[in-house]
Write a protein that binds this ligand. Sequence first.
Ligand SMILES: *[C@@H]1O[C@H](CO)[C@@H](O)[C@H](O)[C@H]1NC(C)=O
Ligand SMILES: *[C@@H]1O[C@H](CO)[C@@H](O)[C@H](O)[C@H]1NC(C)=O
Ligand SMILES: *[C@@H]1O[C@H](CO)[C@@H](O)[C@H](O)[C@H]1NC(C)=O
Ligand SMILES: *[C@@H]1O[C@H](CO)[C@@H](O)[C@H](O)[C@H]1NC(C)=O
Ligand SMILES: *[C@@H]1O[C@H](CO)[C@@H](O)[C@H](O)[C@H]1NC(C)=O
Length: 791
Amino acid sequence: MSSLLFFIVLHGVLAFVFAGSSSLDIIARKTIQYEDNHAITFKEQGIWNYSTMLIREDLGLLVLGAREAVFALDINDISVSRSKVLWKVTEEKQKECTSKGKHPDIDCHNYIRMLHQMNDSVMYICGTNAFSPTCDYITYDNGQLQLEGKQEDGRGKCPFDPFQRSSSVMVDQDLYSATSLNFLGSEPVILRTSPITLRTLLKSSWLNEPNFIYMDAVPESEDSPEGDDDKIYMFFSENAIEYDFYNKLVVSRVARVCKGDMGGLRTLQRKWTSFLKARLDCSVPEPSLPYVIQDVFHVRHQKWRKSVFYAIFTSQSSSTDQSSAVCAYNVTDISNVFSRGKFKTEVAVEMSDVKWVTYSGDLPVPRPGDCINNAARTSGIKSSMNIPDKTLQFIRDRPLMDDAVHPITGKPLLLKRGPLLTRLVVDMVTAADGQSYPMMFVGTANGYVQKAVNYDGEMHIIEEVKLFESEEAIDVLRLHQNQLYAGSASGVVQMPVSNCSRYSSCLDCVLARDPYCAWDVPAQRCSRFPASTEHAKSNLIQSLKDGDATQCPITAPIEPKVRTLVLGNNIRLLCRPDSNLAQVNWNLAGKPLPYSNRKYTIYNDAILISNASSADAGRYTCVSVEQAKGKHYTKTLAIYDLREEVAVVVTDKIKTTLGIPNEIYTTSSGLIKPEEPPSVSKNQASESKWIAMQVALAMLSIMMACLLIWNLYMGHISPFMCCGRQPIKSHGNLPRMEYKSAGNDVMDSKPQMVSLCVTTNSNLEVTGFHRNGDPSTGIHLFKYITDESEI
Ligand SMILES: *[C@@H]1O[C@H](CO)[C@@H](O)[C@H](O)[C@H]1NC(C)=O
Ligand SMILES: *[C@@H]1O[C@H](CO)[C@@H](O)[C@H](O)[C@H]1NC(C)=O
Ligand SMILES: *[C@@H]1O[C@H](CO)[C@@H](O)[C@H](O)[C@H]1NC(C)=O
Ligand SMILES: *[C@@H]1O[C@H](CO)[C@@H](O)[C@H](O)[C@H]1NC(C)=O
Ligand SMILES: *[C@@H]1O[C@H](CO)[C@@H](O)[C@H](O)[C@H]1NC(C)=O
């Protein structure tokens, strides 16, 4: 009990230390709905559970295993199915399965659970085959998939139960598999099918009700001065043996075996002599039971010491408030725990009770669990069969390491509350700054893929894309040449890693902090980086770590839209922000709308003014404020002139016009961006008295602008008011508003960006206001009034 208590208390202490530096409530910057995902899908009528994938680059195929079917899909366009082969359960097998109490329509089918490439022509395939796991060989010749019909016994390679997790890897034609050996699923095994078949001992200190997640080989023999062997690493969760706990406590593990293991001669005969395991730690900054591993991705590096395993963990508390984390582990760190760490050992405390404590005695030679290396060879140990009994007995009884493996940087790269994360892949992306960033694509239990990065400890979810129409879990994820493939119960989806054209403006493109995209200044669009055509890097804006969009050019102001106010009606004004992280503020005639007023209903993409009255007429401005690294970026998204059908009094217009927060741009360096003068309306030569009025208005506004500058200069007014909003907190997150969904209303047209106001918390320059002395202000005001005079 005490060790677990310590564990939880330690987590609590860490929580205190890390409080504020990370939050579980991280949300994706953009949400791409299913209708907008532009993904390619594949599904076939009557076929379900597309959960196994094998990429055959040599054949240009995605080989897909589903329930009772295998498909060969075009890797470039998975909607094209080149070939298909069915592998159904026989009637006899189905009957047998049903008679054992399994559900005929759920359990007694053949779920393809394993697909490996053996050589250029042959693949190995296994399915649950109605609780009677079976394997076969499959070929792809002349555009045809073909099962050889060998029907090998699949026990120990593939689970009986289609709902049970398992993992496997093919290394030099030897199959390593981790699954259950029996019908009940109670006999776990890690098996190597090879000329000398090896397996784990059936002992709870080796495997204790495990849930197998992942395995892969690491070529540790490369450049090894010790003459070390290659290793197979496996990841699973199991019931802890090392903590006394009133209940079952699940812990995550990493284990490994040596590729050259041949088993012992007497002790551990045909069993692993190199099986070592350690606890895998991914501590979240909140007191909680340890999170449980769900998936792993191996980012291989040419130098194996620089390879990294990324893993998803989910909370194990039964509470409805579920959360997930992603942690990354340096292969070198894992390897060191096994090759240098201390062991745990069992001691009897009371009559029948045992406890696992640090082993502090002398270790036998060679070190338990070590692969056969140069030192062993020189002492005459040429294979694991020569390992002395002392070493083998040690490993038989003590496969658990004392030290846990801790993540790189000591904490999770991503923490997320809400629908659980299920699968991940990681792409190393070289960005414009020449650095390489790990981009995590994480599938969720409700059909989304979260595209997440961690910039120097800062978690950022660039976007979340809904890949499946229904709320179904992503069961498999693969990455190949900038394409992502996701499988679920109902189908498969192919999606490019990024679609930069989704970022509509420079601000949107740069604040996305997407390493695949950069704003192309001459072309005025967000383009893929690195571009296929050679671009001068100086023409591209990308700021990943800093999220600094101050280099963005200023775009032309947007035109106000005129809306007619019908008394007593409900009026909807649309305004959709580019980002979920942006806060949207509505102003009426330059003043913030009183949201507490029941008259207004705020949606995430609109505002509803109910029971309109004459008092509701005026200019409505929708402004979004997005924060990145302490800077606030303000952008006017839409301007509406809400008018009653009768004429509006001129003095109201003056107020309204002055309320426009256009083209104010303060950079931290204090430089003013040159901007294009607003175009003058061609319709200006109308009635001369109107012109006189306009000139007077322009003069008046210049005077008021001067007054404003003076006030600002003297510090009477906060410069934030230039943006037509309340002063912004310079630190911390912006308070998020509770927006309601506006349903599926379609926006009439997407508002263009009009203005940009940047303030840094360190340097509140007001230089941007100097431009008010520019005669273009007058022309600008002039233009708006001309517009109004047209009616
Ligand atoms: C591929 O592997 C299969 C199964 O091990 C074997 O029968 C076949 O001869 C191999 N083919 C080639 C071309 O190596
Ligand atoms: C892993 O550790 C090794 C040795 O300490 C180091 O060279 C390597 O850069 C590390 N890799 C990462 C991704 O931190
Ligand atoms: C197979 O798909 C069905 C939905 O069609 C789902 O209910 C079931 O859970 C899936 N089975 C497995 C083993 O994933
Ligand atoms: C990218 O998104 C745009 C719309 O935002 C869409 O028209 C285009 O087809 C998408 N491209 C790809 C490759 O999905
Ligand atoms: C609408 O507003 C008018 C006064 O402006 C009021 O008399 C009327 O009751 C309101 N109607 C509703 C449905 O609230």
